[in-house]
Ligand binder design. Sequence first.
Ligand code: HEM
Length: 404
Amino acid sequence: MAHFTKATSVKDWLDQRLAIVKVEKVMASEYWIPKNINFLWAMGMILAVTFSLLLVSGIFLLMYYQPNIDTAFYSVNYTIMREVDFGWLWRHVHGVAASVIFLIMYIHMFTGIYYGSYKKGREMIWLSGMLLFVTFSAEAFSGYMLPWGQMSYWAGMVITNLFAGGSLHADGLVEWIRGDYVPAQAFLSRFFMLHVILLPLAIMGLIGLHFAALRIPHVNNQDGEEIDFEAESKKYLAGDKAGSKVMRFGNDFMSKDMTIVGLYLVFFFYLVFYNYGFAMDPVNFDPADGLKTPAHIYPEWYFLWSYEILRPFSVDVGLIAFGFAQVIFFALPFLDRSPNAVAANRRGLFAIWFWVMLVNMIVLTAMGKLPPEGIYSTIGYVAALLFMAQWLVLPFITKFEKKV
Ligand code: HEM
């Protein structure tokens, strides 16, 4: 049993029971962050803030949403949008945040790739980040089913059909996932469950893992410099703040982070109030109709690049290519064989690899939105092949990279 003395203050009382002084040191005042970082290192905090906005707005939407195929569409488009005071605001916050969080996630991922922040003991940060990405994708997809509009229904149909596995003919699997022959009540109920409880719980657990994975290796910095955190933090604590290469997480780094978060929130609420249309598909303002297939079915913008990798091939090859695209980013820390955790522009061939990957994924995204005809399908085909080829060459070009 620990030794308890008469507490001199509330803080002391709590400290004796919860070690709050030590926790505060580990989490904030003695959690050291390199000074040599730029605004791109604020993306993680922006993601955490955007996820919180999704949670809060989701809780308010849940008070009026009805997970029933006969009433879901009207509960969203009539009750929430027109009847409930400020219902439209919560819906726009939720819709805009769902879209923007993917943009920020892509920026955050590509920052990690550019600076090689998945190396030198940072592999778990990357792997937990990728798990977050995949779980967020499932969260976004399940949420998209809930308004039970035309695009909810038909995107649900197309995506669940993928589980038929081409010539494997795993047809029973598709019905098992849907709980019926076509998307219907069982389908809506289970995607509702996934969206409001199971996946958010998983995301919160994964964010915890991601943060824990950051604590020991510390975040990387712009020059990939191996900082002696022990020595630099001593210098800081001894009063030489300017001469030290590190700063405290709380409040030095947080105050910088929050400045960028503030600017982001101005942009975010500008979108919510004046430009929310991009986050809402017009086709989804028609109620689901299993007898009326929309002329052109496409997913939300953040899934378009992988959709385009599926589309130009025959069913079987397309499924393999699609599966490859979903998992290959997990392997990045192991396929990049160079020890250099420095900015890509100092890494020779890898710099070309990086920019080609980024531009090619933008091209795939653009082609994924267009109908698969003529020149578009040719460009999509070449871009999909290039995507796969890049992953195949990565170990070779990085193995022979010079140490910088
Ligand atoms: C909701 C999702 C996420 C949240 C809340 C989140 C949060 C954070 C935070 C707060 C940091 C430290 C500050 C920074 O570098 O921004 C960080 C770093 C990092 N994250 Fe994430 N992250 C998320 C998703 C991802 C994803 C999808 C990936 C990519 C696979 C990823 C990979 C990384 C990497 C590699 C670092 C280390 C950066 C460095 O060492 O410089 N994260 N994340």
